[in-house]
Design a protein around this ligand. Structure first.
Ligand SMILES: Cc1ncc(C[n+]2csc(CCOP(=O)(O)OP(=O)(O)O)c2C)c(N)n1
Ligand SMILES: [Mg+2]
Length: 609
């Protein structure tokens, strides 16, 4: 066996660069890095040496670098990913939130935080968390509950098993999620004689699991017997590349489709069988179909509360749930009949099993009524209004967008409004991080999307609150020459939570800036802030000005930030479904007591489901 003498860090970088995906391109696009003690001397030296074959990107915050990496992976349909490395201690724990985000959303991400000295000679080192009763614990143990695979590299040769496991996890559709390889800093610098074969290029295929014959037959039997079936399309449809298969299945068997946040854009918005978004932020058309459905076929969905109206949506007492999911964990949820397999293969085989069976197509009146109700909300206002709504902003952005546009968002008012109102023309046109709904994903995420798909126009919708939480990768986007449009809706605070507070009977408190304890009124100049980081920016005062700015943004180079003041109170009244947010049983406020009574009715209704 020929060997090569390298440090553990050098070996890791060589290995990372040699892993390919099924299209023959590197699985990892590169690595985001902020150095400190814990990675600068070891991994930093190794990355420098390989800088031509494996790119290192410098960001401004470990969490948001990881957000960029996650968005990259999501937009790549999990076929490509990025790594992120940090120093030990705060740099590392900054990434824990991002690990959780990737974990919830089932997205590949390779985190390489530096770790304390395996040899413990200089202990305690700067930033070392000392545990009094357990010598093996470091700050990086925080990653364990939010990693699909965690390993601490305390000897160089552990990489021979840890690295293949890392790629196995990231490319396994069932287990896909974040991997944390906590890399002890003395080990990074230590040499070992590595088998050269370890660094040969290796291709990682994403396995397509076939259905079990009994599960398939049972699912087909249930669908055949159904009078009012519906398909709930989730993110798994996209990750499996099953959007065409879904359309063919729906058309052949005339079964309506509704879409979760992660599933949206699986079918074009104007396809007659796309009944629209489902659940808490769903369309009236979709929710009406689901309320009555006797068979609900989930495809690649986790059935989270926003999708199921906190499990109050599917009200037909005779309804059966089938969950077609690659993960048995999801396929068994809430008493579902499992169809545990890849979405594309599962839909094809289910279709074959159903033959020419056809359900009764849904009436087109439902969709017509929905658009008749909501289209006026996004229409250009006849006269310029003082304080436009977020719906007006969505309308303007929609009018300026084309088939190559990707609209993206994560938290605040916009996700719900976009789920209801955005008209996604094709798969990938809608990128919503609504598994973890993490404020601060947006700007870094938009950058990651553009890096994944440079030919598409990326529009980031972000509230003032999310912008304030994490905006520093705007400077990175400027530095990397990333063309993207950022629309900041400034409603002076946490508008959606303020409405939720009112909706649960609470007084308006600590959400909008003006309702929060202050000595001086807040006055943030977002356009000036963005400009200071190297972005082109403009504050617009009307929807007409917004439309002009959106046109200008198309030929702009680098990030282009548009700020518009919006009204924090309106949200789309039509559609939607109950969301379980616990209301206090005891309160001095009459409004809370009234909301509690309503709440108890909903809880009872769920018990009957
Ligand atoms: C990291 C994080 N913290 C808190 C929340 C809870 N949260 C969800 S939306 C929101 C307010 C968002 O405010 P903004 O971005 O201004 O959007 P708006 O609703 O005002 O349009 C908060 C606090 C969250 N989702 N993520
Ligand atoms: Mg806001």
């Amino acid at each position: 066996m020929t060997t090569i003498r390298l440090t553990a860090a050098q070996a890791m970088v060589r290995y990372l660069a040699a892993q390919l995906n099924e299209d023959g391109v590197p699985f990892l696009d590169g690595i985001w890095a902020i150095f400190g003690h814990g990675n600068v001397a070891g991994l930093g030296e190794a990355l420098y040496a390989e800088r031509e074959s494996f790119r290192t990107y410098r960001g401004h915050n470990e969490q948001t670098m990881a957000h960029a990496a996650i968005a990259y992976a999501k937009q790549s349909g999990r076929k490509r990913a990025m790594a992120v490395t940090s120093s030990i201690g705060p740099g590392a724990t900054n990434m824990v939130t991002a690990a959780a985000l990737a974990h919830v959303n089932r997205l590949p991400l390779l985190l390489i935080p530096g770790d304390v000295f395996a040899g413990r000679g200089p202990d305690p080192v700067l930033q070392q968390v000392e545990n009094f009763n357990d010598g093996t614990i470091s700050a990086n143990d925080c990653f364990k509950p939010v990693s699909r695979y965690f390993d601490r590299i305390t000897r160089p040769e552990q990489l021979l098993t840890a690295l293949p496991r890392a790629f196995r996890t990231m490319t396994d559709p069932t287990d896909c999620g974040p991997v944390t390889l906590a890399f002890c800093q003395d080990v990074q610098a230590e040499a070992y004689d590595w088998p050269e074969a370890f660094f040969e290029p290796r291709t990682w295929y994403i396995r397509r699991a076939l259905p079990d014959a009994r599960e398939l037959a049972h699912a087909a039997e249930l669908i055949r017997a159904a009078k009012k079936p519906v398909i709930v399309a989730g993110g798994g449809v996209h990750y499996s590349g099953a959007c065409d298969a879904l359309r063919a299945f729906a058309e052949t068997h005339q079964i309506p489709v509704v879409e979760s946040q992660a599933g949206k854009s699986a079918l074009a918005w104007d396809h007659p069988l796309n009944l629209g978004p489902v659940g808490v932020t769903g369309a009236g058309s979709a929710n009406e179909i689901c309320t009555d459905a006797d068979v609900v076929l989930g495809v690649g969905t986790r059935f989270q509360d926003f999708t199921t109206g906190s499990w109050n949506l599917f009200q037909n007492p005779a309804r059966k749930l089938i969950s077609l999911n690659v993960a048995a964990y999801d396929a068994m949820k809430h008493g579902a009949e499992p169809l545990c397999c890849d979405a594309l293969i599962g839909l094809e085989q289910l279709s074959e099993a159903l033959g020419d069976h056809c359900a009764e197509a849904p009436s087109s009146a439902l969709k017509k009524a929905w658009f008749a109700a909501v289209d006026p909300l996004t229409a250009a206002p006849r006269d310029d209004i003082q304080s436009p709504s977020d719906q007006h902003v969505i309308g303007a952005v929609q009018r300026s967008s084309g088939p190559d546009t990707v609209v993206m968002c994560a938290a605040g008012t916009m996700p719900g409004e976009l789920h209801k109102l955005w008209k996604a023309p094709r798969p990938g046109a809608y990128h919503m991080e609504y598994g973890y709904s993490c404020m601060g994903y947006e700007i870094a995420g938009a950058m990651g999307i553009k890096m994944a798909q440079p030919d598409r126009e990326v529009i980031c919708m972000i509230g003032d609150g999310s912008y304030m939480m994490a905006n520093s990768e705007l400077a990175t986007a400027a530095m990397l020459g990333i063309d993207m449009t950022v629309v900041i809706t400034d409603n002076r605070g946490y508008g959606c939570i303020n409405r939720l507070q009112m909706g649960t009977g609470g007084a308006e408190f600590n959400n909008l800036l003006d309702h929060s304890y202050h000595v001086n009124p807040a006055n943030i100049d977002f356009a000036a802030h963005a400009a200071s980081m190297g972005a082109a920016s403009v504050h617009v005062s009307s929807i007409t000005e917004l439309e002009d700015a959106l046109q200008r943004s198309k030929s702009a180079k680098g990030p282009f930030v548009i700020v518009i003041d919006t009204d924090p109170y309106p949200s789309t009244p039509d559609g939607g479904f109950w969301w379980d947010v616990a209301v206090p049983e005891v309160s001095a406020r009459e409004e809370v007591r009234a909301k509690r009574a309503e709440y108890e009715k909903q809880i009872k209704a769920r018990a009957l489901n």
